[in-house]
Design a protein around this ligand. Structure first.
Ligand code: NAD
Length: 300
């Protein structure tokens, strides 16, 4: 298929590479020139704008930081038209960014008015899952559009869920990431407590992994440096899933809670921890660096 891929960051780049490996023609665009060059080296075609990438595409996939970026891509900004008004063809539109469900519904409704199908298809599984092609896709939107997009999602992921109508993919993803934020900070807290009481972090991790505290952070994303080869923690928390993006997702959970009069005390606590961590200068580090917040004053 002829695919346009917009947004080649930590997640988008490996996802686009998996589409190339599956034999698709992929035309890419990002605001960062180096990101485009890296994909060109893998066999992608370059475009000078999102509109140029999407021209003639059968499917457009976007993987951008936040809702504002997604709205500006599809709906336009400052008088400049977005993709919905710039495209001649009728490609299927799939946005895999994690954004507010209301933002996804807004774009989906604007797309439907102009005859496009837009799916919200956020992902779970991290950069490791994106590279391995084992992501979980959580999709909201038209069931026929979901079936049309499924083969492409299967080239990038292992578990493909249809969560419900437009926005449902984002609701499920935000619930998942709120739980992830709680689990990661809880894991970091338990490890710091153990180490301060004489435990080896690797030994403690293995014990908790095989016990009732076992969770995804311990299994594949250990936050303590050196415990897990290849983890973000073992490369100075570079790359991966940024603290600022986790803080954004916990903010989205908070907004969802406000709108539905839900109580999320654990999610609120996690949001405050990641916001504090970001304010201390760690926003551009992987979110597992929350471990450092618990290690302040360690040498004193
Ligand atoms: P990232 O910041 O690494 O990449 C975002 C990319 O989008 C950057 O390369 C940026 O230059 C590009 N971009 C921004 N605005 C653009 C525009 N208007 N046109 C073209 N390109 C533009 O972010 P990421 O880690 O790849 O995450 C992307 C989304 O996926 C976020 O919503 C995040 O919450 C979600 N997510 C991330 C992970 C993870 O582990 N990193 C996991 C699951 C979901």
């Amino acid at each position: 298929m002829n695919i346009a891929f917009i947004g080649l960051g930590n997640m988008g780049a490996p996802m686009a590479i998996n589409l190339l490996k599956a034999g698709h023609d992929v035309t890419v665009f990002d605001l960062v020139e180096e990101a485009i060059q890296a994909l060109e080296a893998e066999g992608a075609s370059r475009a000078g704008s999102a509109e140029a990438a999407a021209s003639g595409a059968e499917v457009v996939i976007s993987m951008l930081p936040a809702g504002a970026h997604v709205q500006s891509l599809y709906l336009g900004r400052d008088g400049a038209p977005g993709l919905l008004d710039a495209l001649d063809g009728r490609p299927l539109l799939i946005d895999s960014s994690t954004i507010a469900p209301d933002d996804a519904r807004l774009v989906a409704a604007a797309a439907a008015e102009r005859g496009f199908t837009y799916l919200d298809a956020p992902v779970s599984g991290g950069v490791g899952g994106a590279k391995a092609g084992t992501l979980t896709f959580i999709v909201g939107g038209d069931p026929a559009g979901f079936e049309q997009g499924r083969p492409l999602l299967e080239a990038m992921g292992k578990n493909i869920f249809h969560a419900g109508e437009s926005g449902a993919g984002q609701v499920a993803k935000i619930c998942n990431n709120m739980l992830l934020g709680i689990l990661m900070s809880g894991t970091a807290e338990a490890l710091a407590l153990g180490v301060k009481n004489g435990m080896d972090p690797a030994v403690l991790s293995e014990i908790m992994k095989q016990s009732s505290g076992g969770n995804w952070a311990l299994n594949v994303y250990n936050p303590w440096p050196g415990v897990m080869e290849g983890s973000a923690a073992s490369r100075d928390y570079q790359g991966g899933f940024l603290t600022d993006l986790m803080a954004k997702d916990l903010g989205l959970a908070w907004e969802l809670a406000l709108g539905s009069k839900s109580s999320v005390p654990m999610g609120s606590q996690a949001r405050n921890l990641f916001a504090l961590h970001s304010a201390q200068g760690s926003g551009q580090l992987d979110f597992s660096s929350i471990q450092a917040l618990y290690r302040q004053g360690e040498d004193k």
